[in-house]
Ligand binder design. Structure first.
Ligand SMILES: Cc1ncc(COP(=O)(O)O)c(C=O)c1O
Length: 411
């Protein structure tokens, strides 16, 4: 992987922040976009802007072809059987809500049934289930974590064994705080053995790992375009065709129908049955360009590079005894940490982020939409988080660690 060559594709990396060259370590929140993605979006708006699926004029046909090609490219990217299994949504959050409410509307999950998630879930794979629990009496169970922040697989099996009317297991592929990568293939086998539908939150895996939904054998896989070089406002849900055929769509209106009579409605073919109304056409086209870019680099190369960066960062941060890092050694490029005061309490992560920002380094702070993980497991109010992507370098990590070292030495 020629990182310097890759960096040239991301003009934002040229920016100076407070007089320093930008070091963008906030990739788990949203990535930067290469010029090819921005060009694909602007080419649509400037050259063949039209609505899709509705008209026979040339522009509409071109837009429809480009939008459908993007579905095909995203399907290929995660090894789905065909584009029928790829629904474009706004983001992971909407993808998960789509599954939750389609399952609920189809009475696949109802009062007295059990859904299993884990303590490391992002709010988007927790809050919709909490709603079904609080409003409709669905049981919601949480799988614990081992002390290093990995998923407790024994507890998972125990929970599945003891659950009455188990219907769904919904687990993140990779934690956006701990960096832990869950063994989703084994989790899927267990979920299916106990008769559950298996949903994977892929927000932090699709951008960073080679994902093969057939190999994982998940029933649904949710991910966001904006975390993997694509535009904001576009994401995807993979679903097994048979399930998508069977379930009720939760958004209804234009484009998702085949025929509307006063007394009866029939739905459009997949995936359009789940894409009601005018879609984010430009976003979808940009998403296609993003996965083509990632394919051209090679996801195995992206993963290897990021794992190298993560282990380099962990090793360097170990030199700073006032920095506490959370999560296991084996991880994707996400490093959550706190800078500890002499009294044993952490500095406010926001204060640490301000210091880094003065040196042009962008990180994220807070609970990263994983409040129960912070409250019930890490037992801290929040953390600072550096997260890497294909264009980051060890030299940038050196600068980041040097700024933290100077900060700590001044304490
Ligand atoms: C693991 C995980 N799941 C879900 C989400 C939600 O993604 P989005 O905000 O794009 O819907 C995120 C975003 O940070 C995430 O990291």
């Amino acid at each position: 992987m020629d990182i310097q060559r890759i960096r040239e594709d991301f003009p934002q990396l040229e920016r100076k922040i407070n007089g320093e060259r930008l070091i963008y370590f906030d990739n788990a929140a949203t990535s930067l976009r290469p010029k090819s993605v921005v060009d694909a979006v602007s080419e649509f708006y400037l050259n063949y802007n039209a609505n899709i699926h509705r008209a026979i004029h040339t522009l509409s046909r071109e837009a429809t072809e480009a939008y459908e090609r993007a579905h095909k490219d995203v399907a290929k990217f995660i090894n789905a059987e065909s584009m029928e299994e790829i629904i474009f949504t706004r983001n992971t959050t909407e993808s998960i809500n789509l599954v939750v409410f389609s399952l609920f509307l189809s009475e696949k999950v109802k009062s007295g049934d059990t859904v299993v998630i884990s303590l490391m879930e992002h709010h988007s794979n927790m809050v919709p289930w909490q709603f079904l629990r609080d409003k409709y009496g669905v049981n919601l169970k949480f799988v614990n974590l081992n002390s290093d922040g990995t998923l407790d697989m024994n507890h998972l099996e125990d929970v599945l064994k003891k659950s009455k009317n188990l219907k769904v297991v919904s687990i993140t592929h990779a934690s956006n705080v701990l960096g832990a990568v869950n063994d989703v293939k084994t989790i899927g086998k267990l979920a299916h053995r106990y008769g559950a539908i298996f949903i994977v939150d892929g927000a932090q895996s699709a951008p960073h790992l080679k994902v093969d939904v057939k190999d994982i054998d998940c029933d649904f896989y949710a991910f966001s375009g904006h975390k993997m070089l694509g535009p904001t406002g576009i994401g995807a849900l993979y679903g097994k065709k048979a399930l998508l055929e069977e379930l009720e769509p939760f958004l209804r209106g234009g484009d998702m129908i085949w025929e509307v009579k006063i007394e009866k409605v029939t739905f459009n073919k997949l995936p359009w049955k789940y894409e009601a109304g005018t879609s984010n056409i430009a976003g979808g086209i940009g998403f296609g360009a993003a996965v083509r870019y990632l394919e051209s680099v090679g996801m195995e190369n992206v993963e290897k590079h990021e794992r190298d960066l993560a282990s380099y960062a962990l090793q360097k941060l170990k030199e700073l005894d006032f920095v506490r890092v959370y999560g296991p050694e084996e991880r994707i490029g996400v490093v959550a940490f706190n800078v500890m005061q002499k009294n044993g309490n952490p500095f406010s992560p926001e204060f640490v982020a301000q210091v880094l920002d003065r040196h042009g380094i962008a990180i994220r702070t807070g609970c990263h939409c994983a409040q129960p993980l912070h409250n019930n497991f890490l037992k801290v109010r929040g953390t600072a988080r550096a997260s890497f992507y294909l264009y980051n370098t060890k030299e940038e990590i050196d600068i980041f660690v040097d700024v933290l070292r100077d900060f700590g030495n001044a304490l």
